[in-house]
Ligand binder design. Sequence first.
Ligand code: 4AD
Ligand code: MG
Length: 443
Amino acid sequence: KKYGLIASVLEKANVGEVAEIKGWVKSLRVQKDHIFADVNDGSCAQKLQVLIPKQLKTDFLTYGSSVQISGKLSKGPRGQLELLAENVTVLGKCVVLDGYPFNPRTAHPPDYIRQYLHLRSRTNYFSAVLRVRNALTRHIHKYFASKNYLHINTPILTSNDCEGAGEVFKVQPENDQTVKAMMQEGRNKDTVYFGTKTYLTVSGQLHLEAICRGIGNVYTLGPTFRAENSRSRLHLSEFYMLEAEIAFCDSIVKLQDVIEDLLKYLFTETWNTNETDMFLIDKNNKVPIWLNKDFITLTYGDARNILDKKGLNITEEGINKEQELALVDYCKVPVFVTQWPKDMKSFYMKESPLDITKVDALDLLAPITGEIVGGSLREDDYDKLKDKLPSEQLNWYLELRKFGNIPTGGFGLGLERIMQVLCNVPNIKDTLPFPRWPHNCDM
Ligand code: 4AD
Ligand code: MG
């Protein structure tokens, strides 16, 4: 039996067994009789130490090169498995002086690494981020499968601006012939191809609601687009949103329970499966203290009073980022803000039975990011929804309330924002492989 992946060597192999690994050299130390090379292949956070006798041919073996090494496994001085090389092949040279931006002696900060998106996965930091993101996604699917939610794919091309904030990217065909011919038929340029204005989705919620009203609990995890002119450390033009819609949900507390349970599960599981990666990302990372505490709920009014006392007055714009973080700091655990003024929130949110100027909506605020989840009960009263419907284009959405309607509620969670909170990553651009933000879509 010959081991291939470093993860399986470290998990299963024994001294005396044979391995042939392929990976990248993370560091090299030349000593009297041997060269020591630490090799990683991305299959796990750990590196395998390789002992290379000096008499072996090792031309072009440098930091950063890709290698294929075979040999026998032995026990190192600290009891760890190491590979005693019998054959070393350099598959791809890495001449640092040719402009390779990384070197083993420097702890490169994330802003520096971000300048080299195409080479970022070579760093320990970013490969750990990608493994955590992969694990997180897996845990999300495991969680919802265990609760019998159906995973569905909502469309990326859509005619609705769900949030009504006008932050949509318009989609138009480029083919001049098609455009010309269709415009000659009298079509508006915006509606040439599909016959309606078409956008990249800002949320799959309205489609989720349609499916939920036929088969019960559903969720989706997909790309989401927002043309926000924001270059903050918290906004992307393209991000992944996890959205769930819960059937027969008639109270905001039920929605809060699902969100709290989900987040605690995801954090616990990811710490269990990827602890080493968490420390590679930031050696000061720790399991958050709030995992075994209850989240706190404040109404919008409560939140305003707390902020007033701190001299941080809320304007009609709502709670800003500084204020969100001040609330989390004050409560020491994630905070649900509920009972929002109706005119601050989207058309689909259910009017509160306690106060018709409010909606049954929630934002969950967390450390580092502030808002991490947005959700609400959905307006299920046909006439009330009809009054608030932003466009006739959404008559299908209204009609969902006409046939076998049920109360539902749901929420959306930015995957990159969870990554920020989970791994303590200040800038959202460091949580996904190829971030897009204004003026940045070059590769
Ligand atoms: O609060 P939002 O806008 O809610 C919705 O879109 C609802 N339709 C979701 C639902 O009820 N199904 O967005 C939800 C979350 C935010 O809390 C944030 O975590 C993330 O999506 N988000 C972004 N993440 C990165 N970059 C952006 N530009 C984001 N905008 C929102
Ligand atoms: Mg929101």
